[in-house]
Design a protein around this ligand. Structure first.
Ligand SMILES: Nc1ncnc2c1ncn2[C@@H]1O[C@H](COP(=O)(O)OP(=O)(O)OP(=O)(O)O)[C@@H](O)[C@H]1O
Ligand SMILES: [Ca+2]
Length: 910
């Protein structure tokens, strides 16, 4: 197959790092999990239906049918809320719009839940406690953890250990019987002790790992969500949500609880995780029910929480789903194979030794220290003969134990677990264990710009309006009030952010994406009264911003007949759909070639000084032209616009990025920037953080626009992929194309992403890194590692850890194999020639114990050194056991064997 790169013959051929296997492996794992999920989902669904039917029957028998159906008792308030818990559950399960209508829709429901659609619930502790008390918390019970005893039991199940224990028991009884209690326990007792220690170490290490995984799972599930309480937007943990909360939803979010849509625009939900159907479902007033656990595929809106935790289908699913910590990484699988092979060799060798020793013993060729023959047929008692046989058997078993390198898989597990814990401290949350080892061989990193290389703290620093540059950028005195009002209308209405003004005065609190925040803050500076402007006109329809189109638009009704369409987005793209511009006095002027060039020039100038450019444009529309019925499908007019102005937003480079990029360069890992931003802005930032060299070539194909790359043939893309250093104005799909092209070239690709539509690229990459703060849930779910602080420096630290994992495992393999080969050879030679092994069973066992477990522990926890980042990456083709390692291994083994054999046979003479 194209991925498997075997080197040489034998079992070690497969020990070459087969990176793509990890992908295949992962899919099979996913599939298994999906199947399990599906079965549980079906059970829960049918369960719910049965309960509901029973409930309806019972109610119908007891009450007036209408009340039974709506389930609302307005008179008997249930602990302060005029709605009954069970009935609310039924509403969530049924998705019944008739029922919803009867309680006067979402507004009526929010009254019943004592919430407020515009302000949410009160953010007081008491209020939250009461709601949690009545309706439950948004958490679900975990499956009970395996106890430590369970792990001890599992460790005992090892076949070699069982044989050893049997041998120890026999040896103990026989020893004590023949040599007395005081003297005779040594051998049997020390075997027991050794076995006990092995079990203890294995069980505790497994147990600690299961704890760590559980912790990780909790970390993964503890999603941060936005919630509206007391009129203000908070960020809080998903577990804190209560029934009655008002939750804003944005593209890429996970629906955090069951609920009902309050309002939304172009809201589409991907319900595949619950229903299994892959088509996205549009949500509006006609279909307002939202199911917990689904993902927002498009648009935005807000919801009223009506069901939380275990009362939702998602909660049931999560509570019943076993946590998947049984994941074995491809490296572990392969090393398991190697270990098994060596074990087989050991077994055959042990068989030979057993045979040889037995023949020698029973034919009377072995002597006691005093020179008497140990076994003489007829004279030696049955008990003594049995003892001898047992001793021989123990030696054979011990050889097996020594030969089996149990340490190999253990070392990998320990190394991975250790690095994972350390990586967490370095702000990287490892979602898939295998990515630790893969990251070490990465040859290239495709990084986002915004937020990863830059701080994602944006401020408007330049503004070009009405043909002039504002100086300072918030001085709008030169602009006529009508023009300014139009602009402010666009800013306030065409946004997904909010402005909250505290009642007691104080600074305004702006929320939204960093770009939105920058624009809204600037809006406030030029005199925007957010709430006032928003109340003056009403939004008819929205085209939400997405990275594909790089613009967002909104239609607002300003008078009985007048509608304004506002657009804002990537400056040069918006400019190209403008046919006119708004002049100082508020009149509309046609956009001549000269004016267009003037604007283009100012965009370019801003971009060259690393500013992100956003343009505002608008057009008027007649209310008649707007489709009344299916306004949801209406495409906002996006041509023939009038340009209002352009702003330049500064987003400074992160400190430390420059040296991190340099570190990558030294390590032979090429850093590429793939950004949705203007190519000039991208170039400027790339120069600033050292991705581009000021003295190098800065032209195509090193610096390329997404569009140019997209339109190439697959072959052409493959040819230039290697050279691309900066890609500007790229859509998420371009990212995917680049990853594919790079992989075909043999690269091991790491990709960072945050947006919903980055998911395919993250999935395709060898290692997908999602951003913890700016990243959407969808991106995080498709990733292998989450970078908690969004910082590129942390990405580089992950590379370092990955390399250390790889190096540690190599060290351990070399160590273990050397000792194993030497021990086996010596034992065989000694047994065959002299009828005894140089180390007796107990000694061998102890050596093995120290070698395997403690050696693994020691080498696994070796921290990374700076030297690791000075080597070239191992990439896709290098075998795990390199030629140098083979050489070291054999030379060292031969040396050890020679020395030991000399001591064994002629030690006395020397
Ligand atoms: N909320 C917004 N409204 C309108 N336009 C925006 C908004 N956010 C960004 N833009 C414009 O879209 C462009 C690119 O956005 P996109 O989301 O593709 O890139 P990004 O993800 O922010 O950057 P990167 O890929 O480096 O992380 C920006 O340069 C800006 O001009
Ligand atoms: Ca992006």
């Amino acid at each position: 197959p194209e991925f498997a790169v075997a080197t040489g013959e034998g079992p070690f051929g497969q020990a070459a790092l087969v990176l793509n296997a990890s992908r295949r492996f992962r899919y099979t794992l996913d599939l298994k999990k999906e199947e399990e999920k599906e079965i549980i989902r079906r059970t829960i669904r049918s369960h719910a239906q049965v309960i509901r039917a029973v409930f309806l029957f019972k109610e119908a028998g007891e009450n007036d049918p209408r009340e039974a159906y709506t389930g609302i008792k307005f008179t008997t308030a249930s602990r302060g809320f005029p709605i009954e818990m069970e009935k609310l559950k039924t509403l969530n399960r049924d998705h019944d719009s008739v029922l919803l209508q009867e309680i006067r829709g979402v507004k009526g429901l929010s009254d019943l839940l004592k919430s407020n659609l515009d302000r949410g619930i009160n953010p007081t502790e008491d209020e939250l406690l009461q709601r949690r008390d009545v309706f439950g918390a948004n958490t679900y019970p975990r499956k009970k953890r395996k106890s430590i005893l369970r792990f001890v039991f599992d460790a005992c199940k090892d076949l070699t250990l069982i044989i050893l224990m049997v041998a120890a028991a026999i040896s103990l009884t026989l020893g004590m019987a023949t040599e007395g209690v005081k003297e005779g326990w040594y051998e049997g007792g020390s075997i027991f002790l050794a076995v006990f220690l092995v079990i203890l170490v294995t069980a505790t290490s497994d147990y600690r790992q299961s704890l760590q995984f559980q912790h990780l799972n909790e970390e993964k599930q503890n999603i941060q969500v936005e919630v509206l309480r007391g009129g203000k937007r908070f960020r809080t943990s998903i577990f804190d949500l209560v029934v009655g909360d008002v939750v804003p939803l944005n593209i890429g979010d996970q629906v955090p609880a069951d609920g009902i849509l309050i309002s939304g625009h172009s809201l589409a939900i991907d319900e595949s995780s619950m229903t299994g159907e892959s088509k996205t479902v549009h949500k509006d007033q006609k279909a307002p029910f939202l199911m917990s656990g689904c993902k927002v595929a498009d648009g935005y809106g807000s919801m009223l929480v009506t069901g939380v935790g275990i009362n939702t289908e998602w909660g049931q699913l999560m509570a019943n789903l076993s946590e998947d910590n049984g994941e074995e990484t491809p490296l572990q699988v392969r090393l398991n194979g190697v270990a098994t092979f060596i074990g087989m060799v050991g077994l055959s060798v042990a068989g030979v030794v057993l045979g040889v020793l037995a023949i020698r013993y029973f034919t009377g060729h072995t002597k006691n220290p005093d020179g008497t023959v140990q076994f003489r047929a007829g004279t030696t008692g049955l008990k003594q003969g049995f003892m001898g046989a047992i001793r021989i058997l123990t030696i054979a078993v011990t050889i097996v134990v020594v030969a089996v390198p149990e340490g190999l898989p253990l070392a990998v597990t320990l190394t991975l677990a250790y690095s994972m814990r350390k990586m967490m401290l370095d702000k990287a949350l490892v979602r898939r264990l295998s990515s630790c080892e893969t990251m070490g061989s990465a040859t290239t990193i495709c990084s986002d710009k915004t937020g990863t290389l830059t701080l994602n703290k944006m401020t408007v620093v330049e503004a070009h309006f009405i043909g002039t540059r504002l100086d300072p950028c918030d001085d709008v005195r030169a602009i006529s009030s009508s023009s300014a009002a139009l602009l402010i209308e666009g800013i306030a209405q065409n946004t997904t952010g909010t402005v909250f003004l505290p009642e007691d005065g104080g600074a305004a609190d702006v929320t939204g994406s960093p770009t939105e925040k920058a624009i809204l803050s600037w809006g406030l500076k030029i005199g925007m009264d957010f709430n006032d402007v928003r109340s003056k006109s009403s939004v008819l329809h929205v085209f939400p911003f997405n990275s594909e189109k790089k613009r967002g638009g909104v239609a607002v009704q300003v008078s009985d007949t007048g509608v304004h369409i506002h657009w804002k987005g990537a400056a040069e793209l918006v400019l190209s759909s403008c046919k006119s511009w708004l002049s100082l006095d508020g009149s509309v002027q046609p956009m001549g070639a000269q004016k267009r060039n003037e604007y283009k020039k100012s965009i370019e100038d801003m971009a060259k000084s690393s500013l992100r450019c956003v343009a505002f444009a608008y057009c008027q529309c007649d209310i008649e032209k707007i489709p009344k019925e299916d306004i949801a499908d209406w495409k906002l007019p996006e041509e023939d616009l009038t340009l209002l102005g352009i702003v330049g937003i500064k987003d400074p480079c992160r400190p430390g990025v420059r040296s991190a990029v340099q570190l990558c360069k030294n390590a032979g890992v090429k850093v590429r920037m793939v950004t949705g931003d203007n190519i000039e802005t991208a170039k400027a930032i790339a120069l600033e953080c050292g991705i581009l060299d000021a003295n190098g070539v800065i032209s195509e194909p090193f610096v390329i626009e997404g569009k140019a790359f997209r339109e190439m043939s697959e072959i052409a893309r493959g040819e230039i992929a290697d050279k691309i250093t900066v890609m500007g104005r790229s859509s998420p799909n371009d990212k995917l194309l680049l990853v594919q092209a790079l992989k075909r070239k043999g690269h091991v690709v790491a990709v960072t992403g945050d947006g919903t539509n980055d998911a395919p690229a993250l999935h395709e990459a060898d290692i997908g890194l999602a951003m913890g703060m700016s990243g959407t849930e969808v991106a995080k779910e498709s990733s292998d590692i989450i970078i908690l602080d969004d910082d590129f420096t942390s990405v580089v630290k992950v590379v370092r850890w990955g390399r250390s994992v790889y190096a540690n495992i190599q060290k351990f393999i070399q160590f273990q194999l050397t000792v194993n080969v030497a021990a086996l050879v010596i034992n065989v030679i000694a047994a065959v020639s002299s009828g005894d092994v140089p180390l007796n069973a107990v000694e061998l066992l102890w050596v093995n114990l120290i070698m395997d477990t403690l050696g693994a522990l020691a080498l696994a926890t070796e921290p990374p050194t700076d030297n690791l980042m000075k080597r070239q990456p191992v990439g896709r083709r290098e075998p795990l056991v390199t030629n140098i390692m083979w050489r070291n291994l054999f030379v060292q083994a031969i040396y050890q064997i020679a020395i030991l054999l000399i001591f064994n046979f002629s030690g006395k003479k020397i």
